[in-house]
Design a protein around this ligand. Structure first.
Ligand code: MTE
Length: 301
């Protein structure tokens, strides 16, 4: 497609699935991440963005089903069984059903997308995801004309998820997007990082990535996707509606009630890393501002 990725790879840089597979084979036995220096290098030359290390991305996480500490998911998520994973797609679709993860992967084209990732807690990373556009997956199920929103649900498995014994959130974790946000070409389902299968702590086997929104919208380990005509409930909004809205677009001008969102701390820069300014829509303003034309972004936070 001819779509241009400002601050990310351009469509020309996207890796076809076969190349991706070959690269994965090349990667086998290599130190994680080392084989991708060229991608980081070309991105850096073009955009000045440098991806975080594989270690940063996979050892500093938020995945409350496995504990609320930043290193808990990496320590605990190995218990999640991702074999025979299915995603139920239901609601306003032509072909509702349980879609096997393997079948989804066969039908989709996996690409690399190097995106900024900005958590509402004001830390950030640059992550080289592998994945496919959510729009392509939704097309597989056939979105009906009345659908206006997409609701997502994470697996809820108390035997495999030690964190769900604690009522930190109303489990299962749920999220939602407006249909036009879901169909936007920047919105992807990530299935890998640095060319390797996505680790459990990052949301295996497939998780949403919406790079212009705060990280909590990017729901992990998805088991259900529902097309609906009503705005879906979202976990953090249910937990604290005053602090977390449905939209949650990255916006340096709209503070969280308890802290400023004007700047962020890049993870991996060490304890005394300099904060950097947060960009409108996390740097994707040119691509996504049109989705919110005429909307009061402070009221619709
Ligand atoms: N999805 C589920 N199911 N449970 C969670 O706790 N945390 C969210 C989001 N998706 C979360 C989740 C938050 S707050 C962030 S910042 C990102 O995942 C973190 O993604 P990462 O660990 O891959 O960086």
């Amino acid at each position: 497609m001819a779509y241009r990725w400002k601050n990310t790879l351009t469509a020309r840089d996207v890796t076809p699935y076969q190349t991706y597979l070959n690269r994965r084979q090349l990667m086998a036995g290599a130190v994680a991440g080392a084989g991708f220096a060229s991608i980081g290098g070309s991105l850096q030359a073009k955009e000045g963005l440098e991806p975080n290390s594989y270690e940063d991305i996979t050892q500093y996480n938020n995945y409350y089903e496995f504990g609320t500490g930043k290193t808990d998911p990496a320590a605990n998520a190995h218990t999640l069984v991702t074999d025979n994973w299915t995603v139920k797609i239901d609601g306003m679709v032509d072909k509702p059903g349980d879609y096997a993860f393997e079948d989804i992967m066969k039908a989709m084209t996996v690409e690399e997308r190097i995106y900024r990732f900005r958590c509402v807690e004001a830390w950030s990373m640059v992550i080289p995801w592998n994945g496919f556009e959510l729009a392509d997956m939704l097309a597989m199920a056939g979105v009906q004309s009345g659908a206006k929103y997409v609701a997502f649900e994470t697996a809820l498995r108390p035997d495999e998820m030690p964190g769900v014994r604690f009522p930190v959130l109303d489990w299962p974790y749920v999220e939602g997007l407006r249909l036009d946000e879901a169909m936007h070409p920047l919105t992807i389902m990530a299935t890998g990082i640095y060319g390797k299968d996505i680790p459990n702590q990052n949301g295996a086997p497939l998780r949403l990535v919406v790079p212009w929104k705060y990280g909590f919208k990017s729901i992990k380990s998805i088991v259900r996707i529902t097309l609906t005509d009503e705005e879906p409930a979202t976990s953090w909004n249910k937990a604290n509606a005053r602090e977390y809205g449905f939209y949650s677009n990255v916006n340096p001008e709209v503070s969280h009630p308890r802290w400023s969102q004007a700047s962020e701390r890049p993870v991996g820069g060490g304890l005394f890393a300099k904060r950097i300014p947060t960009l409108m829509f996390n740097g994707y303003e040119e691509e996504v501002a049109g989705l919110y034309e005429g909307m009061d972004l402070k009221a619709n936070f």
